[in-house]
Write a protein that binds this ligand. Structure first.
Ligand code: FAD
Ligand code: UDP
Length: 402
């Protein structure tokens, strides 16, 4: 049984000869009030908000689709997949959740992850079951606190991704769960990365095995792409795909620009390349209903890949086949992750100063503000940027806080 959630094509979306279409039918003599570069969360939220204010918006993306890295689609087998890796929506922000709820219904979903360690699959974040299973113990939550206290290494100033973990759960669990994974993912030792990276993964003394603890955890019922279609389906918004903004910016009259691509690329890497980590995705479809017992399995110590995710757990789709994705970390390729460490932040600051000086351009999003943001944080940043832009008559500064 195959269940698809297909629907009508996005009005206003064009991928065939977009320039011709714009020239012939939709550019008014005054052009567009805003040119938005990038149709991911940052660009699409701003396009929707500004169109709602009555502004005429042109949003361009060099990819052949909207949604940025959150784009989803049906693969050849009819399974809904995330081509750029698994995207699970979670937030504590009621404002963000309510805002997105205008464009989608939701399917409640709480992500669970197992880590393959010492030949066993155990819960990550590390919790009571993780420790008991791994060491063959039968500790209570209270005893686990004492256990952690006995193995934790004192760290005076928690600065790095190593400090965060060893100061909570000690060296052995750090080595088993974090050291190898982090080295694979970032090609850096955790001691070379900001504390914020591994601090994304909490430690628990109870049996809660959810990957996230946020108030709102849900997936767009009909997928992310459908949600983006609904956001961009506004008569004031024109979407142009397969187009680098540099190809058209000089020819299409527009007012303020909103840029959501990599900030260093905008300035022609004039201070050198800002490090972004890339990924290679290996997608597979298997002729079985279920491939693994949870949405994601992490492989900290074995194999070249970091994790394997099975989409049907995440989307809730029923299908007699199943599709999975393996993630391989890469230095080169599309930029996916900013790399949080002091020297990169220093370099980013130089680009941020250039961005601040550009009154005609606003920089928003994960790549443009060089922040390891989740989707909800990008939405919050875009909503805040909209408030700022709509309160101002002329150009805006780079948004430097989320
Ligand atoms: P993007 O989605 O990157 O959009 C920027 C767009 O700009 C791109 O589409 C790009 O093509 C376009 N662009 C760039 N330069 C140009 C140009 N010159 N001309 C035209 N277009 C251009 N977040 C979560 O909350 N939960 C998750 O589970 C989660 N999982 C993730 C898994 C992976 C593997 C990755 C990489 C990220 C994950 N994220 C997750 C983070 C999430 O993807 C980002 O927070 C969010 O997509 C960022 O949105 P954005 O609009 O800032 O950037
Ligand atoms: N991490 C780890 N082991 C794990 C899970 C995460 O070492 O089993 C570290 C690793 O450095 C990773 C970071 O914590 O890059 C953040 O993990 P998260 O799952 O949030 O990464 P993302 O989903 O953003 O790729």
């Amino acid at each position: 049984m195959t269940e698809r959630f297909d629907g009508p094509a996005l009005p206003g979306t064009s991928s065939a000869d977009p320039m011709m279409e714009l020239m012939t039918e939709s550019v008014s003599p005054q052009g567009f009030d805003y040119l938005i570069v990038g149709a991911g969360f940052a660009g699409s939220v701003l396009a929707e908000r500004l169109a709602n204010d009555g502004k005429r918006v042109l949003i361009v993306d060099r990819r052949p689709h909207i949604g940025g890295n959150a784009y989803d689609r049906y693969d050849d087998a009819g399974v809904l997949i995330h081509p750029y890796g698994p995207h699970i929506f979670h937030t504590n922000s009621r404002e963000v959740f309510d805002y997105l709820s205008r464009f989608t219904q939701w399917r409640p979903y709480q992500h669970r992850v197992l880590s393959s360690v010492d030949g066993q699959l155990v819960p990550i974040p590390i919790n009571l079951d993780t420790v008991n299973k791994l060491y063959g113990l039968n500790l209570t939550a209270f005893e686990l606190e004492e256990f952690f206290a006995s193995v934790a290494e004192p760290v005076e100033h928690v600065r790095t991704s190593e400090d965060v973990v060893v100061s909570k759960v000690g060296r052995d669990l750090y080595n088993k769960f974090f050291r190898g994974y982090t080295r694979k993912q970032w090609d850096l030792d955790p001691s070379e990365l900001d504390a914020s990276v591994t601090a994304r993964v909490p430690t628990r003394t109870n049996r809660d095995d959810r990957y996230f603890a946020d108030t709102y955890q849900a997936m767009p019922l009909h997928g992310y792409t459908r949600m983006f279609e609904n956001m961009l389906s506004h008569p004031n918004i024109k979407v142009m795909l397969n187009t680098d903004y540099r190809e058209i910016a000089a020819f299409i009259p527009h007012g303020h620009m909103i840029y959501t691509g990599p900030v260093d690329a905008f300035f022609d890497h004039c201070y050198g390349k800002l490090p972004y980590r890339s990924l290679e995705f290996k997608h597979e479809t298997h002729p079985v209903e279920q491939f693994q017992s949870v949405g994601t399995v992490n492989y900290p110590n074995d194999y070249a890949h970091t994790r394997v995710s099975e989409f049907k757990h995440i989307t809730g789709q029923k299908h007699d086949q199943t599709s999975v994705v393996y993630e391989f970390s890469r230095a080169e390729g599309d930029p996916y992750y900013p790399v949080p460490r002091p020297e990169n932040q220093e370099l980013y600051k130089k680009y941020a100063a250039l961005a601040d000086a550009r009154e005609d351009v606003t920089f928003v999003g994960r790549l443009a503000t060089y922040r390891y943001y989740n989707m909800d944080q990008v939405v919050a940043q875009a909503l805040a940027t909209h408030r700022k832009l709509s309160g101002q008559k002329t150009g805006a500064q780079a948004v430097t806080t989320g």
